[in-house]
Design a protein around this ligand. Structure first.
Ligand code: F6P
Length: 323
């Protein structure tokens, strides 16, 4: 292997830049030529490929987002699109790839390897922390800290006005962001897709709280919850408790930005190096991750198909802590 390329794909996450930096520098350290691909698979198809030097990644470790840009690319799901991408990689003589992204990114890389034999190693880059094969994904720690920061501010105004706030956090189909936001943000209720929390349970918890002289409440809603969005859930609860003074806050893409935390910079740097070393060892179609403090390479197929289950005792913590 002489020439590798790095790209970021799917939703961006704080720490992606730190990971790009680690990949570029460890490639150079190991005597490889390294290229960047802009806009993920879309740039691969369009030939947005450029040579990177150590200086290309100076002064980015602290920056959120991704200097390589990111995109979700429909064209790469077609054989023609992938053929075009392969032709472009061949033009540059690229014989290995490092993909920073989530399961959609790795699904594409897996098919690409089966068809064209270009080995890819993945670094888990998503705020959702929903990838099997790593305890934490790059960007997760920063995102939950950003969210908790916002919840602290919401708590101030909730307390002053004695209101119920329904705060929606990201996470797609998972409650990994919602749980620490609820525990760390001191919420009374958390609603996640993995466990069922009915509207009547929410109503009951609020009524019990009022009877114990609580005057303000925070309900954390994971965006994928089965009862609906925070707006819908707030409306359903309002129907049951017309006198409730409620507000809804959707934290949204605020959670995706900002300078990466120390933990994310460390994880991104460690996994970036692991990706390059994995390629040099001849690995393909695996994601580098940290499980129980150990570096592991998990086949993409497992990362994509297996579920990283949420510890069920986590929701229980919120019941205990909000008494
Ligand atoms: O996967 C990261 C994520 O932020 C999810 O939490 C969210 O559901 C989704 O991406 C939003 O995607 P987009 O930025 O395309 O709206």
């Amino acid at each position: 292997m002489n020439k590798i390329a790095v790209f970021s794909s799917g939703g961006d996450a704080p720490g992606m830049n730190a990971c790009i930096r680690a990949i570029v520098r460890s490639a150079i350290y190991n005597g490889l030529e390294v290229y960047g691909i802009r806009r993920g698979y879309s740039g691969m198809i369009k030939g947005e490929i450029f040579k990177m030097e150590s200086s290309s990644v100076s002064n980015i470790i602290q920056r959120g987002g991704t200097i390589l840009k990111s995109a979700r690319c429909k064209e790469f799901t077609t054989k023609e699109g992938r053929q075009q991408a392969y032709d472009n990689l061949k033009k540059f003589g690229i014989d290995g790839l490092v993909a920073i992204g989530g399961d959609g990114t790795f699904t594409g890389a897996n098919i690409f390897y089966e068809e064209f034999g270009i080995p890819t190693i993945g670094a888990p880059g998503t705020i959702d922390n929903d990838l099997y094969g790593t305890d934490y994904t790059i960007g997760y720690d920063t995102a939950i800290n950003t969210a908790i920061n916002a919840i602290d501010k919401i708590r101030d105004t909730a307390d002053s006005h004695e209101r119920v706030f329904f705060v929606e956090v990201m996470g797609r189909d998972s409650g990994y962001i919602a749980i620490p936001c609820a525990v760390g943000g001191g919420a009374e209720i958390v609603m996640i897709p993995e466990t069922k929390t009915t509207i009547s349970k929410v109503v009951e918890t609020l009524r019990t709280g009022w009877s114990r002289s609580k005057t303000s409440f925070i309900v954390i809603v994971a965006e994928g919850d089965e009862e609906g969005t925070a707006v819908e859930i707030a409306a359903k609860v309002q129907k049951e408790i017309p006198q409730m003074d409620a507000r809804v806050t959707i934290l949204g893409h605020v959670q995706r930005g900002g300078a990466p935390s120390a933990a994310d910079r460390m994880l991104a740097s460690q996994l970036g190096i692991a990706c390059v070393e994995g390629l040099l060892q001849g690995q393909a179609c695996v994601m580098a991750g940290i499980v129980n403090s150990q570096l592991v390479y998990t086949p993409f197929i497992d990362t994509i198909s297996k579920v990283k289950a949420i510890n069920p005792t986590m929701s229980r913590m919120i019941d205990i802590l909000s008494v």
